[in-house]
Structure formats: C-alpha cells, structure tokens
Design a protein around this ligand. Sequence first.
Ligand code: ATP
Ligand code: MG
Length: 424
Amino acid sequence: MSGNAGVPAPRATSPSYGPCVLLKHGEIFLKGHNRHCFTERLHDNLRVALRGIGGSTWIKTAQNVTVLGGQVPQEALVERARRVIGFNSVEPAQRVPSTLEEITRAAVEALRTLSAERPGRGFAVRVKRRDKQFPLTSSRMAAHLGARVLEELPGLHVDLTRPDITLAVEIDRKETYLSWTRYPGLTGLPVGSSGRALVLLSGGYDSPVAAHRAMRRGLSCEFVHFSGAPYTNPASVYKAYALARELNRSQPPGRLHVIALGKAQKQLAVAGAGRLQVVAQRRLMVRTASALAARTGAQALVTGDSLGQVASQTLANLVAVDEASALPILRPLIGWEKQEIIDEARSIGTAEISTLPDEDCCRLLAPPRASTRAGLPQLRAVEKRLDLDEVTAALLDNVQVMLPGEDADAAPEVSPGCPAPTPA
Ligand code: ATP
Ligand code: MG
C-alpha cells in the first residue's frame, strides 16, 4: 500500500510547544505488522484535508495518536481534522515539555482558565503515561497535580465521579499533552486503505449514506449518477454534485461521472420491458457502471439498496441486478431501516440536499406496478432486442466528468435553479 500519489506535503514547520490537536487512532490500532501503511495513508488523507488552510502545519505520530499543529488557529485544525475518517476522537490540546515543573504549571493554568469560563467547581485530573520512564506513576502524578491545583485555586474541589472539568494529561518521553475537550471522530479505516469503489449515487437519502459507510471501511470512492436527460431537467445532477461535494469533505476528492440515461430508458420501454422496466434500468446502470469502473480502476460498485425497501430491492430483483454486473456490488445498507438511514444522513450532512426536489430518472417511464420478481429469462428477452454493447458504449461516450469539492471553499452552493456545476 502506498500513500496518495500527488498529495503535496503542506509546508511543514517543526513541532513547537503550545496549542496543538491530539487525534486518537480508530480501528488501525488493531492492525499488526502493516500498521504503518495504514498510518501513512491516514496522514496523507489528513494532509489533503489541510490543503488551503492558510498557514504551515506539522504532523507527528506517537503510539496510536497523531499530533497536529502549525501556525494556524487551533479551531481551524480541529475543524479540518474532524472531517478525516480514521480518528476516534479529536482533542484540542496544549503541548509542553515532559518535566514535572512544566506539566504542573500548565495544568494549573489550564484549570484556572477553564474554571473561569465554565460553571461548576468540581474537577478531575486523568493521567496516562505513554513513557514509563517518567519518574511518577500515573496515579501519583494525578494526585500530585490535583494537590497543586487545590493549593493554587482554592475555590475548586476534586470530584472523580461527576467532574465539571476533566483535565487529561498524556505523558510522552519528551512532550506532554493536556486536553479538556473531546470531539468524536469519524472512526473507521483510512480512506483508500481498502481499495477503490464506484458509488451509484442517486438523489435520495440512501446512496450518500452507503457511500459514507463504504468510505469508513477504507474505500476511496468515485461516483456515477444517471440522469433522465434529455427527458428530465438537470436538478438531479445538481443534487448529485452537491452530495458528492459533501462526501468529498471526508476523503481526497473523488470524481463524479454523470451519464444521461433517458434515451436508453426509452429503448428499454420500446423493447417491451413493461413491469420489468425498473429492474431492466438497474441492470443497465450496473452494466454501464462496471464498464466505467474498468476505466477508472474501481474494484467494486456500491449502492444504497436496503433489502425489501422498494419493489426494485426484493431479493429476487437484487439477484437479477447482480447478474448484470461484472463487478461485485457492495450494499452497506442492506440490513438498515429507513429511519436509521435518514438519521445517519442528518449526522453526515447529506439529508438536507437529499430532500431537495428533482426529477429522478427512475420515475421516468416507471410502470404503475413494478415487478417484485423479475425473471432472468424475461429480462434477457427484453435486452436481446437492444444491442447492449452499443448502448453501453454510447452511454460512456457521453459521460460528463466533474470534481466536486476540489476547491470546496470556492465552489458555488448548489441548489435547483443554480448554474450548472463546472466540469473537471
Ligand atoms: P437512494 O439513492 O437514496 O436509494 P432511492 O430510494 O430513490 O434513493 P432506489 O430506488 O432505492 O433509490 O435505488 C437503489 C439504489 O440504486 C440507490 O441507492 C443507488 O445506489 C442506485 N441508483 C438508483 N437510481 C440511481 C441513479 N439515478 N443514479 C445512480 N444510482 C442510482
Ligand atoms: Mg433507496
């Protein structure tokens, strides 16, 4: 496994004392001899997330922890780091030399400031020694710091069960980190560590959540969206663009491929697909997506299917769709309920975009009662009336490619009615 090719290293300063951010590693701590490959990938992704932050930064690794700092505001570092998949938590921290005097001074100062800012006077100090050479054990160090704080700040009291303020002190050989705020990270495996996938991205709630789950299992994702053009308006493309841009905040940006399916959908209808129309369209989508994946190097397709959610997602219909795909189809949401998917869409920031109105290609030519048990012989009979290779080649000849979020700060807000996104 190698790092992301072409990731320019941000201008690095050397680690200095003062504000920094502690990033606790997620699942990669379970890895064995190849853990360093995962860590390298995680750091590459972090560097991509730091692009354009407006100042020099540095990254340093301790045991299962990454330390991030630089000549930019600490809040900006926190905001960027929270987008990166692979960290369990993101903690703004103070970095001081690992001497008893410096740690004590910093702990007292931190509690002086925190107690002035926050209500409640009960505090706890939790100490972790990653360097066992440090002269005091963790519990003796915690007791020492607690006692010194009480001497200096008599209005406070120790409360180890329900503290108002918890000061975490992590001691390494040369430096020590003090932190008191912990933001949850996106957890999972670093994007790219499991390979590449092509996500079939429609405008609903499901496929963006599926993409995010795939990314959290280490897949670097590109996206393909099928529009009903020329028979539908471009709103679904704007939505797909906005969704991909939101998803790209959590990975080195992946391209969005837009394919106008309308004419091919008409061909299937003319060929007599009838109640099989939706499944026949899905088969054409995965066939075309597999051919596109062969060009882009993706090893699997990802969809937002959830078993039994709608007629096209009965087991029989999913099996019929699988049969048309040259690549495995990963369905991270197969066992999820709709409400769980909507809740997750809200938490990853895609729900609002998914609720925007559009003209989805699947509703175009959809039969009043779709078949829930599309038989392969009947589907093949319909498909035989078309030259599938020719249809697929024509679809791929006219694919439009964009890179949503490459310059996220400069990208326009996308909503129905805005100007079309610019191609990559
Ligand atoms: P969602 O995309 O949230 O599932 P939906 O419920 O309208 O919206 P379904 O009919 O459930 O879509 O489609 C199942 C899956 O098929 C989608 O999750 C997506 O992966 C894929 N898909 C459907 N329509 C499209 C499309 N127009 N472009 C790309 N992929 C699509
Ligand atoms: Mg769905």
